[in-house]
Design a protein around this ligand. Structure first.
Ligand code: AHR
Length: 634
C-alpha cells in the first residue's frame, strides 16, 4: 500500500532530513461546472483490439496446451516441439507424411514407426507445450487426438513432470483402429505440485506404424467452454471494463499474401476441418480460436464485436482491384456478416446454428480492411466503395468504418492509429479538440504509448492516461478506442511487438501499468463531458471530467506526468458535492518502473478516501494517474 504525503509535509520532511526542499510548482486551479455538460461521451469509448501476434491466442488466450498439435511447424530436426522418448530398448522413428492425414484440411500426419517395443518398454513421443505445460493438483484436463494403427494395439497418454519423471495423470485409449478415428480422453491429477515443467507423453507398447494428428489437451477454461480460453487472461480482460472487441486485427486480417489473409470460412467448424494458416507475425495460427470463438469471447464478456472484413489488400502489396475480381471477396464479407448477424433461417446463420450458436450476435460496426493507407497502388477508394455499397444495401444501419480518410465515399467512421512515445502523445492532445464535427466519426482502432518491453512501464501509462483525457474530452467525436497489442507471451521468442498491455507465461499473467490506467479510465467514465478548466498547471498535467447524472457521480481524472507534485485548487460549481469521495491513484517512483511476470503487482491502483467539498486543495503526486470518484447531486 502506497501512501502520499501532502506537499507541505513532504517538504518539511525533506528539510528535516537535510535534503533539498521539493520544488514548489504554484497551485493550479481546476474549475468544474458540474451542471454544464458539454456533450455526451460515447458509451462504447473503451474496448479491445486483438490479433494473432506475440502468441496471443496459440500459447496465450486460447487454452490449448499442446504446441504444434497438427505438425505444421517442421524443421531439419523433425517436427517442432515433438521429440522421441523411448523407454529402455524401445525403438521408433517419428516423421511427417504429407499424404496420410485424416481430413482434407489436415492432409498430413505424424507417422510413429515402432520397430521395437513392449509393455514395459514402450516407444513414445512427447510434446513440450507452450514454454511448458501448466499442471495443477486435483484438476481434470480434457484431451483428444486422431489416430490410426497398422497393428491395432493401444496408446497411453500421460502428463509427466520434466524434473522428477513422475506421472501426474495417465490414461489408456481404446484399442486403436486401422481407420482414422478421434479418441477423446481425460487426465485427472491428484495431489501433485503445481508446476509448468511438464510434458505430454504418448506411449505405444506394440510394434508397427501409428499415424497421429490433432493432438489436443485443454485445462479447465473460462466459463467451461469447450475449445475455450484461459480463465486468468479472460479475467484480466474483463477487468478492463471493455465495451467491444475489434476482431481479427490488424495485420493478421490482411496476411502477408492474399492466401494468408484471415479467411474466416477456414476458421469455423470442427478443428480437423480448419487447415490452419500463417500469421504475418511469422508463425502458424492453428485457427482454433476462429470466427465463432472470437464471437463467443465477446459474448462471455458481454461486449460487442467490431468486425473487420478482409478488403482485398495484403501486407506485401498484393491487392485486388475494384470490379469483378473483387466481387468474390465482397460476397465473402457479406456471408461473414450473415454468419455473425443472420437468423438461423438464413444460409450462414444456419451454419452458425449448426455449430451450436443459433442466436445471432449483435453488431453495429464493420471495418473494411486495415491500414489501407499502405496500399501504394491507391486502390482503397475503389475497393472501399464496392464493399460500402454492398454492405449498406443489405444492412443500412450498420456503421461502416474506413481505415483511412477517403475522397469519394463518405464512411460513417474513420479508423486512426497512433503508436508514440509519451512526450509525443502530449503534443497531440488537442488534435481532436478542433476537428469539425461534420465529417465521419473517429475510431482510434489501435494506439499505445510504446515505452517498456515486453509490457509497458509507468512512463507509458502516463502517456496513455494523458491521451485518454483527450479521447474523453472528444467523446462526442470519438466513438471507440482500443489499445494494441493487447497480449504478449513473455517467454524468449514469444514477442514480435514490444510494449504490450498484458503479459503471461504458461503459469500466470499480469497487467502492465498501462493496463491499470485503461481499467481505471474505463471503469470511471461518465456519460457526459462536464465543463472543466485547468489553469496554471505544469504542461505535463492533464485532466478529464465526466459525470453520470443517473448515478449522481462526477469523475475527475488528473494525470501528473511530471516529476514534480502538482497542487490543484478544485472548485466544483453547480452541484452539491458529498464530502466523502474515493481516490484511486496509480503511481511509481520513476517512469521506468514497471510490472513483470515475477513482480506483477508493483504498480497497481491504490484506493483511499478523500475529503472534498465544493472547493478543496489536492496535491497530485509526481508520476501519477488519479481518479476521484465524487458523489455530486445538482
Ligand atoms: O498492433 C500491431 C500492428 O500495428 C497491427 O497489426 C497493425 O495494424 C499495426 O501496424
Amino acid at each position: 500500500m502506497r501512501t502520499f504525503l501532502p506537499l507541505a509535509a513532504a517538504t518539511l520532511l525533506a528539510v528535516s532530513l537535510g535534503l533539498p526542499a521539493l520544488a514548489q510548482t504554484p497551485a493550479a486551479t481546476l474549475t468544474i461546472e458540474a451542471d454544464k455538460p458539454l456533450h455526451a461521451v460515447s458509451p462504447t469509448l473503451y474496448g479491445m483490439m486483438t490479433e494473432e501476434i506475440n502468441y496471443s491466442y496459440d500459447g496465450g488466450l486460447y487454452a490449448e496446451m499442446v504446441r504444434n498439435r497438427s505438425f505444421t511447424d517442421r524443421n531439419w530436426e523433425g517436427i517442432g516441439h515433438w521429440t522421441l522418448d523411448p523407454t529402455g530398448t524401445a525403438k521408433a522413428t517419428a516423421k511427417y507424411d504429407g499424404e496420410t492425414g485424416p481430413t482434407e484440411a489436415l492432409p498430413g500426419s505424424m507417422v510413429l514407426d515402432v520397430t521395437q517395443a513392449d509393455a514395459k518398454h514402450p516407444a513414445a513421443v512427447r510434446n513440450d507445450g507452450w514454454w511448458g505445460m501448466r499442471v495443477l493438483p486435483n484438476t481434470t484436463y480434457t484431451g483428444s487426438l486422431y489416430a490410426r494403427s497398422e497393428n491395432g494395439g493401444s496408446m497411453t497418454v500421460s502428463l509427466v513432470n520434466d524434473g522428477s519423471g513422475k506421472v501426474a495423470a495417465s490414461t489408456a485409449l481404446a484399442t486403436l483402429s486401422p481407420e482414422w478415428k478421434q479418441y477423446t480422453f481425460t487426465l485427472r491429477t491428484g495431489a501433485v505440485p503445481a508446476s509448468t515443467d511438464n510434458h505430454l507423453l504418448l506411449s505405444v507398447p506394440q510394434m508397427g506404424k501409428v499415424w497421429l494428428q490433432l493432438v489436443s489437451l485443454f485445462p479447465p477454461t473460462y466459463k467451461n467452454r469447450a475449445n475455450g480460453n484461459r480463465p486468468d487472461l479472460m479475467q484480466l480482460l474483463a477487468g478492463m471494463h471493455p465495451k467491444f472487441l475489434r476482431l481479427p486485427g490488424g495485420n493478421y486480417l490482411e496476411g502477408d499474401q492474399i492466401d494468408e489473409r484471415f479467411d474466416w470460412k477456414n476458421t469455423i467448424g470442427p478443428l480437423a476441418d480448419r487447415p490452419t494458416h500463417r500469421s504475418p507475425w511469422n508463425y502458424q495460427s492453428t485457427d482454433g480460436l476462429g470466427l465463432l470463438e472470437f464471437l463467443e469471447w465477446t459474448e462471455d464478456l458481454n461486449i460487442e464485436p467490431v468486425l473487420a472484413v478482409y478488403a482485398g489488400y495484403s501486407l506485401k502489396g498484393d491487392h485486388i482491384n475494384a470490379g469483378p475480381a473483387l466481387t468474390p471477396f465482397v460476397d465473402d464479407a457479406m456471408d461473414e456478416l450473415e454468419f455473425v448477424t443472420g437468423g438461423p433461417e438464413t444460409k450462414w446463420g444456419a451454419v452458425r446454428a449448426k455449430l451450436g450458436h443459433p442466436a445471432p450476435f449483435p453488431l453495429h460496426y464493420v471495418e473494411v480492411g486495415n491500414e489501407d493507407e499502405f496500399d501504394h497502388a491507391l486502390t482503397y477508394e475503389g475497393r472501399f466503395a464496392q464493399f460500402h455499397k454492398a454492405i449498406k444495401a443489405k444492412y443500412p444501419s450498420l456503421q461502416v468504418i474506413a481505415t483511412t480518410p477517403l475522397k469519394r465515399t463518405v464512411p460513417d467512421v474513420v479508423d486512426d492509429h497512433y503508436y508514440k512515445r509519451a512526450e509525443d502523445f502530449f503534443s497531440l492532445l488537442h488534435k481532436y479538440d478542433n476537428m469539425p464535427r461534420t465529417g465521419p466519426k473517429i475510431f482510434v482502432g489501435e494506439w499505445a504509448t510504446r515505452e517498456g518491453s515486453p509490457t509497458t512501464n509507468l512512463g507509458a501509462a502516463l502517456g496513455d492516461a494523458a491521451f485518454m483525457t483527450s479521447l474523453e474530452r472528444n467523446g462526442d467525436l470519438i466513438v471507440m478506442a482500443s489499445y494494441a497489442p493487447l497480449l504478449v507471451n513473455v517467454n524468449p521468442g514469444g514477442m514480435q511487438w514490444e510494449s504490450d498491455l498484458i503479459g503471461y507465461d504458461a503459469a500466470s499473467s499480469y497487467g502492465s501499468p498501462s493496463y491499470y490506467a485503461q481499467a481505471l479510465f474505463a471503469e470511471y467514465l461518465g456519460t457526459e463531458v462536464t465543463t472543466a478548466t485547468l489553469s496554471g498547471a505544469s504542461d505535463r498535467v492533464f485532466t478529464s471530467v465526466t459525470r453520470d447524472p443517473a448515478k449522481g457521480a462526477l469523475y475527475v481524472k488528473l494525470v501528473n506526468a511530471s516529476t514534480e507534485p502538482q497542487e490543484v485548487d478544485v472548485t466544483i460549481a453547480g452541484s452539491h458535492v458529498r464530502s466523502g469521495a474515493t481516490l484511486w491513484s496509480l503511481h511509481g517512483a520513476t517512469r521506468a518502473e514497471t510490472n513483470t511476470i515475477t513482480d506483477p503487482k508493483r504498480i497497481v491502483p491504490v484506493k483511499s478516501s478523500l475529503k472534498v467539498s465544493d472547493t478543496f486543495r489536492h496535491t497530485v503526486p509526481p508520476l501519477s494517474v488519479e481518479v476521484m470518484v465524487l458523489g455530486a447531486k445538482p
